[in-house]
Design a protein around this ligand. Structure first.
Ligand code: ADP
Ligand code: MG
Length: 978
């Protein structure tokens, strides 16, 4: 059809969803589509120009536009008509399909970052080629996201000839691919893949230790196919990469025994104020003996000091019924933390970094083995990171509000290419489910006899199997398609045959999405079968003629069958129950009547269906009485249909609330994840590592000074443990005076830093910093995720009374995060100046690198890697420092190379100049937010207490607690009170 008739085909919206839509936003949508008219015309006017281009000229045109766009001489919008005309021309030449005008409309809508709602069978796969090509001209990666691996593979292979003809590269990611296979595919201009794989690759990238191994360089443009499935149905569960926590329970037990036999102040020291315990040199030697190893600082043993120190803390700093209680819960006795300020039990929370397990063992319990989260993100937050996001689907308008609120995506309903000729029949309503199923079987039997193909939609696997049983009893041949099949490709093949004469296909609603049902049978499938029967093989030169003959026969047969099926009324879609969501019902209906075909859709309902039972129990029974329905009798009741639509609306709203709530919870994590990943990426790309390290050291020092006010000895002790230096007495005194100055301390550390840097060369210093930073961030982030998991689990239990769990979660989440930063800073401070290169004497001996001549650079690097085998720092070091050094060394021994990322290009270095500044700003903002949250929390608590007091007046011990927990007062808020 041509553009002039386009507006007429708005009658194409005459299906149920469309009618609803037209009533509400119809005219606005129509106007929005009409404004694209000039662009369509401009593209059409270029058709003869494109037809005149040779292949070489097409390639040259791509190159020319690409250059101009990347140089900023023109914009994507300006190039749109030419680009679309080129894609259409290429498609005509290599696939024999010419984009319809409505397909151009869909392409523009997606290029502009909206959702194109286009019915099933309208050719969305082809539509996507337009915006993909155009946006790929920027040189930035463009992703097409599909619901399963099979579709990613199929659509990519199907559309690749167009892109390749125009000189672009394209590839598909599959879930079973190794990281090495993924890289070249991500390097393509256009990448197909599933939402799962894209999301996981993002998380995996942020766990990698080298920039070169990362695959997703930039989140620029993504088109999400079946966008409602992905952004709405699947958005209720976040993506999680998890792994077993590394510790084994034997280690905890042995560490516990060792801790009991070590002697305080001889083997270890305890610092009450810092709530820490450290092994002394003698203690390390003793403990090594007890564990039965030569040294803790050889690979595989480096975790021991940490275990033992946790056990020491458990025995010397944590006391039962003070810091924690042991109480019976579902799975036996548990260690439950007691909040030190409020005395409140913190159900479900756990101390991090193995301390909780150490306390468990000290109480004679089995330490809990956990699977811990290593990385997590919700789909919402992943997709919101794209610079431009768009989507396409047959059914989006019912969720337009959610798309707009959560993703800032508008939905534009695109008219169909040909007017819809499907008959959406009125619902038939039965009294009982049994009667309904009987009527359905009868109807299927009737259609089957006539030869009209039937596609039956069911809401669950059990129901599809129930119906399958009924059909078997009647001897009706049919295919069943449900989640149990679990094989996308086979599933797609079955769906592809659902339009055959006399075929009956029973499917759960979502099955086979993305595969189009052709009437009268699938040509490719039949051809393959026919060739096999005759023992012929495609590609066999000698059989060419015979194959061609059969191909024509099969084609003629398919066309005849298609005419037959059309005469019989096309595909009959039979719904057996309304789904919770109207959108899913519309999807099912949309299977019939593609590309202007005739077709029928009808729903069979009963007053016993879930939606009716749950929402209209009383109404239903009255209705049955009043109608005086008899066995097997049906009604065509508009009232029931409307009632169901209302119930569906309620369920949709509730589900939206659930998704919104998940998102609100994830907001805390999202902020933190972005910040940590951002810092981490800077470190990986070696942006300002020196500044970062110096800032971290400074902050660690300032905290130590604050912790040791008027205690210069204490400060010097910390300096010794952290940097292995002692401050001059007057410097230490000056720093720890109430209004003292830290300048002397900072100067001493800066000098130490400069000494180290000139001793090992700047290059090696940078790489050591990178290594230390990366390790500190990763290990601490992992701990943090564990703590957040525990927080989440605990918060749920606290959601009684007037406590707002979300508020609580946010507040505590902030606190954990600032602790995370402190932990990273402390770890970096204590390590970065202490890792030694081999051949280095302790002190300020000349470093081996200093002797390397500047000229032979490559040789020098190789040589320096040989000679710089890192060694343990000599003097007293914090155990964690030793562990880190040991790991460093183990890596070196294993790979023969320092485990450090390569230095980045100057350009990359420039890229994130402002990182440090924004980090500081962010921290300030968070601090303010935290303070505000605390103030609000205080106010709320006061109100709550006042309210509670009022309620408590005159309450008896056996009365129900006024907090609404359902428990007796004496067992709840009245516990321990008279
Ligand atoms: P959708 O994803 O919208 O349901 P598909 O992309 O699977 O639809 O395409 C449905 C069918 O329409 C395919 O068989 C395809 O070959 C055909 N088709 C799409 N666009 C055109 C076109 N412009 N000309 C001819 N056939 C087309
Ligand atoms: Mg599709």
């Amino acid at each position: 059809m041509d553009w002039d008739n386009l507006s007429d085909s708005f009658s194409g919206l005459g299906n149920q969803a469309g009618r609803f839509f037209k009533g509400v936003f119809g005219s606005a949508n129509e106007r929005a589509v009409k404004t694209l008219n000039p662009l369509i015309k401009a593209t059409n006017d270029l058709e003869s120009w494109a037809e005149g281009l040779s292949h070489e000229e097409c390639l040259a045109k791509t190159e020319e536009m690409r250059k101009a766009i990347q140089a900023g001489e023109t914009t994507l919008d300006d190039c749109l008509p030419e680009a679309f005309a080129l894609v259409r021309e290429a498609s005509k030449r290599v696939l024999g399909m010419r984009h319809y005008d409505v397909q151009l409309v869909g392409g523009i809508v997606m290029h502009r970052g909206s959702i194109a709602e286009m019915m099933t069978g309208e050719g969305k796969t082809l539509v996507a080629t337009l915006p993909l090509y155009l946006n790929a001209l920027t040189g930035k990666p463009c992703f097409l996201i599909t619901v399963n691996d099979y579709l990613a593979r199929r659509d990519c292979a199907w559309m690749a000839p167009i892109f390749e003809y125009l000189g672009l590269t394209v590839g598909a990611i599959q879930s079973n691919m190794s990281p090495w296979d993924r890289q070249p595919i991500y390097a393509c201009d256009i990448v197909y893949g599933t939402n799962n794989e894209f999301g996981f690759d993002y998380l995996r990238d942020n766990m990698k230790t080298r920039v070169e191994e990362q695959v997703q360089k930039e989140l620029y443009f993504a088109i999400v196919d079946e966008v409602d499935s992905i952004l709405i149905d699947e958005a209720r569960t976040p993506l999680i990469i998890s792994g077993p926590a590394e510790e084994s329970s034997d280690k905890y037990k042995l560490a516990d025994q060792i801790a009991c036999s070590l002697v305080k102040d001889e083997h270890f020291e305890v610092k009450e104020k810092e709530r820490s315990a450290h092994l002394l040199e003698a203690g390390i030697i003793e403990a090594e003996k007890l564990v039965g190893v030569d040294s803790f600082y050889t690979p595989g043993n480096e975790e021991w000091p940490h275990f033992i120190e946790n056990a020491l803390r458990a025995h010397n700093l944590y006391t039962k019924d003070k810091e924690y209680v042991v109480e019976d819960r579902d799975k036996g006795p548990e260690v439950i933390i007691v909040d030190e300020f409020t005395g409140r039990k913190m159900e479900g929370r756990r101390w991090s970094d193995g301390l909780h397990q150490a306390v468990e063992v000290s109480e004679g319990l089995t330490p809990r083995q956990e699977n811990q989260t290593l990385a997590t993100i919700t789909y919402q937050n992943y997709f919101r990171m794209f610079e431009k996001l768009s989507g396409m689907t047959g059914t989006a308008i019912t969720e337009a509000g959610e798309f707009h609120k959560i993703y800032s995506l508008d939905v534009v309903s695109i008219p169909t290419n040909l007017p819809i000729a499907r008959d959406d029949a009125n619902d038939l309503v039965y009294r009982t489910e049994r009667e309904k199923w009987n009527a359905i079987s009868d109807e299927i039997g009737r259609m089957n006899e006539r030869g009209q193909p039937v596609l039956v939609g069911t809401t669950s696997v059990e129901k599809s199997e129930h119906l399958s049983g009924l059909l078997k009893e009647r001897g009706i041949e049919h295919a069943v398609l449900n989640a149990k099949i679990g094989h996308w490709e086979r599933e797609a093949n079955i769906v592809a045959l659902a339009g055959d004469r006399s075929s009956v296909t029973v499917a759960t609603n979502m099955a086979g999405r993305g595969t189009d049902i052709k009437l009268g049978g699938n040509f490719e499938y039949r051809l393959e079968k026919a060739l096999k029967e005759k023992g012929l093989e495609i590609g066999n030169e000698e059989q060419l003629e015979e194959i061609a003959k059969i191909r024509e026969e099969v084609r003629a047969q398919c066309e005849a069958d298609e005419r037959d099926v059309l005469e019989l009324g096309g595909l009959y879609v039979l719904g057996t129950e309304r789904h919770e969501s109207r959108r899913i019902d519309n999807q099912l209906r949309g299977r019939a009547g593609r590309q202007g075909n005739v077709g029928v859709s009808r729903f069979f309902l009963s007053l016993e269906d879930d939606l009716m039972r749950i929402f209209y129990r009383d109404w239903v029974s009255k209705m049955m009485e009043r109608l005086g329905m008899t066995e097997g009798q049906e009604i065509e009741s508009g009232m029931v249909t409307r009632a169901i639509a209302k119930a569906q609306k309620k369920v949709e709203d509730r589900n939206f609330e659930i998704r919104k709530s998940l998102l609100e919870y994830d907001e805390v994590m999202d902020q933190q994840r972005k910040e940590i990943y951002g810092t981490r990426q800077d470190v990986l790309e070696a942006v300002e590592t020196k500044d970062k390290v110096l800032m971290m050291i400074e902050r660690a020092v300032m905290r130590a000074i604050a912790a040791n006010l008027e205690d210069p000895e204490g400060l010097n002790g910390w300096m010794g443990r952290t940097f292995a230096i002692q401050l001059e007495k007057d410097v230490a005194v000056a720093a720890t005076e109430p209004k003292g100055s830290p300048d002397g301390v900072l100067k001493a550390i800066e000098e130490l830093y400069e000494q180290r840097e000139s001793a090992v060369t700047e290059e090696l210093m940078r790489r050591m910093e990178q290594y230390v930073l990366l390790n500190a961030i990763d290990s601490r982030w992992k701990d943090h995720l564990k703590a957040i998991d525990a927080l989440k689990a605990g918060i749920g239990l606290r959601g009684y009374g007037q406590v707002d769990p979300k508020m609580e979660y946010k507040k505590e989440g902030f606190e954990l995060f600032s602790k995370l930063y402190e932990a990273i800073e402390d770890e970096v401070a204590s390590l970065v100046l202490r890792i030694r290169a081999k051949g280095e004497e302790d002190g300020d001996a000349e470093a081996p690198q200093a002797r390397v001549s500047a000229g032979a650079e490559a040789a020098a690097r190789a040589a320096s890697q040989q000679t710089q085998q890192p060694q343990l720092p000599p003097a007293q070091v914090t155990p964690i420092g030793k562990r880190m050094a040991a790991r460093f060394q183990a890596e070196f021994e294993r790979t023969g190379e320092l485990p450090l990322p390569k230095p980045p290009s100057a350009e990359e270095q420039k890229k994130r100049q402002s990182a440090l500044r924004s980090l500081q700003l962010q921290q300030q903002a968070e601090l303010r937010a935290k303070q505000q949250a605390e103030a609000e929390e205080r106010q709320r608590k006061a109100q709550e207490e006042a309210a509670m007091k009022e309620k408590l007046d005159g309450i008896g011990r056996n009365d129900p607690c006024p907090c609404g927990s359902g428990k007796k007062y004496k067992k709840c808020h009245g516990q321990g009170k008279p």
